[in-house]
Design a protein around this ligand. Structure first.
Ligand code: ADP
Ligand code: MG
Length: 468
């Protein structure tokens, strides 16, 4: 792989993922070359200045976005025109500018409306980026931990509303739920182009509903959702506690179910563990078919790595695959990011992919994970959960519920971060022994009271979801 291969991949995404007219793309991107990739900057040249200006003013955002998708990290974009001078002649000056910390001629920001590229009857949620051609059944690597979910998804795709209705898939973030939903979408829409298939995240369903109510267009909202042949609601835990959203979903559900339509729902946990989920919704889900996706074991992780590497067009030696499999465990999304970064580093250094690249990628993931869950985030979360002001959790108040909230926050930090007891203490202006006491107390309470234990486990899941 080299810069040209990377550029081909980016162009592929540009062409397929944003709904731009192929003619416009050809006009502006023809003659554009990715000259050089460094850890922070992608340098391009075009054959004339007009193209450079148009790309900078109209396509900058999507270009950066697609570059990030392909590389696995953010880079700045620098474009020069070869009209008067070759790229090589201009490069030294550009490079000197960048090393000196002067802003390169960064492309301007201007949004283009992205249009979804599937069939007219498929409503993709806005948060599902449209460039996901790789989320197919073929590309889903099956093992013991996801076999049941895969098999059920496949049968739903082959026989909607016959075998498993509703289908409820659950599992931790990054284990393939959305991948399966998208594979179902593709397969059904290929077989039944006339079907109206709706994929929405729990969050989008809610936002759309709120917007429809604000615009006084609930009828349109209902028409859309209640005319679906297949409705997929992804990450439904998001509507926990949102009474009116659940109400609306319940009526949608009933209408569709009675009409013999397929409903598929995913969440990061079982229906019974989603707090404040309306009883009637819970019982509907429990009457359907529930399948879990568990974290993959080493063998499956390595198999997924292998497949993803193939798809990314790179060769990764077996010992490197093993190393990655042993070190990247809980979220498959990280696998792809890691491989992309390794690919880019190999190109930047002009070498084959090796252990060094793998170690860096793993390190990045560990650092990102450690940074994702901070004392501030945990305290903020606990403050909302217990309805106690942020300052009170840090403060000196000794009311029962404030003390409890404070102790749980400390416990979560111990469980979820690599912070030392002393550093956890610091975040609360307390010393290390207070943290030890808090953790012991929470452990005791969890032993005594299994509903409290379940609550704490849920909170851990919530926080882990924040980390991704
Ligand atoms: P979730 O929706 O459960 O959070 P996603 O479906 O978004 O997870 O999956 C995260 C990433 O991991 C995606 O890139 C997906 O393709 C990949 N992935 C997950 N499981 C598998 C699998 N069994 N085989 C191949 N890729 C997988
Ligand atoms: Mg998902």
């Amino acid at each position: 792989m080299n810069e040209k291969d990377i550029w081909d991949l980016v162009l592929e995404r540009l062409k397929n993922a944003h709904g731009f007219s192929p003619m416009a793309l050809e006009l502006w991107f023809d003659g554009m070359i990715m000259e050089k990739l460094t850890p922070d900057v992608a340098y391009f040249s075009t054959d004339n200045a007009l193209k450079k200006n148009i790309v900078e003013s109209k396509y900058a955002d999507v270009l950066k976005q697609d570059l990030k998708e392909v590389l696995g990290f953010d880079v700045r974009v620098v474009i020069v025109s070869r009209e008067k001078q070759s790229f090589a002649e201009q490069f030294d000056e550009l490079y000197a500018n960048i090393v000196a910390g002067r802003e390169p001629v960064d492309a301007e920001r201007e949004k283009e409306d992205a249009v979804d590229a599937v069939s007219d009857n498929v409503f993709l949620s806005p948060s599902l980026s449209s460039g996901l051609p790789e989320y197919t059944f073929d590309n889903f690597v099956v093992g013991g931990s996801n076999n049941m979910a895969y098999t059920l998804a496949k049968s739903v795709a082959e026989h909607p509303a016959v075998i498993a209705n509703p289908l409820f898939l659950y599992g931790a973030p990054g284990l393939g739920k959305t991948h399966l939903l998208y594979a179902i979408t593709r397969e059904i829409s290929e077989k039944h182009p006339e079907y109206s298939i709706i994929y929405a995240k729990g969050e989008d369903f809610m936002n759309e509903l709120v917007e429809a109510l604000a615009n006084k267009t609930p009828i349109l909202f209902r028409e859309k959702y209640r005319n679906a042949d297949v409705l997929m609601l992804d990450d439904i835990q998001f509507i926990s506690g949102k009474v009116s959203v659940q109400e609306e979903f319940f009526h949608t559900y009933e209408a569709l179910f009675e009409a013999g339509k397929q409903i598929i729902v995913t969440a990061d946990r079982l229906p019974k563990d989603i707090q404040s989920l309306a009883e009637r919704l819970r019982s509907r889900f429990e009457h359907g078919i529930i399948a879990d996706i568990q974290p993959p074991d080493l063998e499956l992780r390595v198999a997924i790595f292998k497949r993803k590497a193939q798809m990314l067009g790179i060769t990764v030696p077996n010992n490197v695959l093993m190393y990655l499999g042993e070190n990247i465990k809980d979220n498959i999304r990280q696998i792809e990011g890691a491989l992309k970064k390794m690919r880019a580093s190999a190109i930047i250094q002009g070498t084959e992919i090796n252990m060094e690249h793998a170690k860096n990628a793993v390190n990045d993931i560990l650092t990102a994970k450690a940074a994702a869950i901070s004392p501030e985030k945990v305290i903020e979360y606990i403050s909302q959960k217990y309805q106690i002001p942020y300052e009170d959790i840090l403060g000196r108040r000794k009311t029962d519920n404030v003390v409890m909230a404070r102790q749980v926050a400390m416990y979560l930090l111990r469980e979820l971060t690599v912070l030392s007891l002393a550093n956890i203490g610091k975040a609360f202006n307390r010393d290390h022994s207070t943290v030890v006491n808090a953790i012991n107390r929470v452990n005791e309470m969890m032993e005594e009271d299994c509903s409290f234990e379940a609550q704490v486990e849920d909170m851990i899941k919530d926080m882990q979801a924040v980390g991704y």
